[in-house]
Design a binder for this molecule. Structure first.
Ligand SMILES: Cc1cc2nc3c(=O)[nH]c(=O)nc-3n(C[C@H](O)[C@H](O)[C@H](O)COP(=O)(O)OP(=O)(O)OC[C@H]3O[C@@H](n4cnc5c(N)ncnc54)[C@H](O)[C@@H]3O)c2cc1C
Length: 484
């Protein structure tokens, strides 16, 4: 490896100071290492001033700076366009190289290519290290050396490759090489939320490396039950680590290593392999998007782009009802309330609400995908796009178009006692476990005794599921041939 004298590690979605590929490479090959994070003004300008993710990033940067300082370094924080800020900072610091952890999103790939050119013109190198995934888009291939488009064979090949190359999970240590950090010029001076133009406020979940570890430790204690508990939104059955994975406050290698060990030594029971499988879905969707950047706007199966989605005033009203959680279907409304108020939505409910928008309301998956992008704390283009195209049946290995979730049956099955609905739709609090899934089927007198008048306290259903189902089957008939 080239011996660089000074280097700059540019943090993006890798906000931690342990097991960090770019930091490790910089520290082991440079005399002096600087660290920077740039609040990208092009992204920030589009966000609401109380954006929860900005609060999460802000709190995570404080944690990152504190850890870097403990190690002898510090974090430089700037605001602006990275393509201007990074080359200027590289000149100011006199570094020979800028190192990053690879970002696979199409916009990021384009930005990084331009960054490489710009730094190259100044005589500097730009080095990108795999860090965010276990295997990149060209590392897990079919026997014919092509890409997979179905998850299960991909997962089997992924597991086989990992078994053959266990060193893939080795950590990239930082501590032993800390003497290469450029020392801090003074006490911590990170910008406040107000300094970057945002309202002050708490992050939506414990942030930073400590926040991630706290959640992981809690999850590890009940990982064994994950296979069963993961489908029930009223239970604390999943890890809630998605936001940490999104911003890299935890390391995917650390999580996979632990899940594998727990699967092997039995401590993770039946849950550990199921959870590992979810982490593989993340690599799968990252691979799919990296290989198919057109998916940002197009269906994975091009034949599905001929679908005529609903439009016009009525569709707009239905879309607004979905966004605001007033569809009259309690589980859908509870899920949207959870999303709108917290920025999180349980996986089962992402499937239910995405299916409802596309199959019950006939609205283009791209609109739902954009709404989730605006609201989710863990918003991640590859997984969000993959999840939406799965639900809309337009994606790779998607839900078949003729299989349409029944929102009432989903509610009866996954929130049988209505606990989740009661938490998020208090108007229905007094309804029994039987009544709560479809209030319009309950006698109006019984409802009134429980304080509910439909249309006043809680909406009538905006569509009839059976009618909507038939309309969806007709809509998808145009692609029947292409997909069979
Ligand atoms: C319509 C739709 C949209 C989605 N949008 C996103 C998104 O923007 N960002 C996101 O991280 N996940 C997304 N998912 C996947 C999944 O819902 C979330 O990762 C999960 O709910 C996060 O909760 P958790 O961390 O407790 O997950 P756990 O059940 O504990 O899973 C562990 C981790 O595995 C990964 N994972 C789990 N399920 C999936 C999956 N189906 N696809 C890819 N990775 C997965 C996540 O990184 C998650 O944190 C979406 C799913 C659907 C159906």
């Amino acid at each position: 490896m080239m011996n660089m004298s000074n280097s700059l590690v540019w943090f993006r979605r890798d906000l931690r100071a342990f097991d960090h590929a770019a930091l490790h490479r910089a520290l082991t090959s440079s005399n002096r290492v600087y660290c920077v994070f740039v609040y990208d003004s092009d992204i920030l300008d589009r966000l609401p001033r109380d954006d929860r993710r900005v609060r999460f990033i802000h709190a995570s940067l404080a944690s990152l700076d504190a850890e870097l300082r403990r190690l002898g370094g510090f974090l430089i924080v700037r605001q602006g366009r990275p393509l201007e800020v990074i080359p200027a900072l590289a000149t100011e610091l006199g570094v020979d190289a800028v190192l990053v952890c690879t970002d696979y999103e199409p916009d990021a790939v384009e930005r990084d290519a331009r960054m490489k050119d710009r730094l190259g013109a100044d005589g500097r190198t730009f080095q990108s290290c795999k860090d965010q995934v276990i295997f990149e888009q060209d590392e897990v291939l079919t026997l014919a050396k092509g890409p997979f488009s179905v998850f299960t064979p991909y997962k089997n090949a992924w597991l086989k490759r990992l078994a053959a190359m266990p060193e893939t999970l080795a950590a990239y240590p930082v501590d032993p090489y800390a003497q290469a950090f450029a020392p801090p010029p003074g006490p911590p001076a990170l910008p406040s939320l107000a300094d970057i133009g945002f309202e002050a406020g708490e992050p939506p979940l414990p942030a930073g490396m400590e926040g991630a570890e706290e959640l992981f430790e809690r999850f590890v204690s009940h990982m064994a039950d994950y296979g069963r508990a993961r489908d029930f939104p009223a239970e604390d059955g999943t890890s809630r680590l998605s936001t940490h994975l999104r911003f890299g406050t935890t390391s995917i290698r650390h999580l996979v290593r632990t899940a594998r060990q727990m699967a092997e030594n039995g401590a993770g029971g039946a849950g550990a392999p199921v959870w590992l499988s979810e982490l593989i879905w993340r690599d799968f969707y990252s691979m799919i998007l990296a290989r198919n950047p057109q998916l940002v706007t197009q269906s994975f199966k091009p034949a599905f782009d001929v679908l005529a989605w609903e439009s016009g005033d009525e569709a707009e009203e239905l879309f607004a009802a979905w966004c605001e959680g007033r569809t009259g279907y309690p589980l859908v409304d509870a899920a949207m309330a959870q999303l709108n108020r917290t920025g999180f939505m349980h996986n089962r409910l992402r499937m239910v609400t995405a299916s409802f928008l596309t199959k019950d309301l006939g609205i283009d998956w791209r609109r739902g995908e954009r709404y989730f992008a605006l609201k989710l704390n863990d918003y991640e283009l590859a997984s969000n796009n993959g999840g939406w195209q799965w639900a809309a049946s337009t994606g790779c290995d998607a839900q078949p178009w003729f299989r349409i979730f029944n929102p009432v049956a989903q509610s009866q099955r996954f929130d049988a006692h209505g606990e989740f609905i009661r938490e998020w739709v208090p108007a229905l609090e007094r309804l029994s476990s039987k009544e709560i899934h479809a209030p319009w089927l309950v006698d109006t007198g019984v409802l009134a005794d429980k304080g509910v008048v439909l249309g006043r306290d809680y909406p009538m259903p905006v569509v009839d599921h059976d009618v909507a189902r038939k309309r969806t089957l007709e809509r998808f008939a145009v692609v029947k041939k292409a997909s069979s």
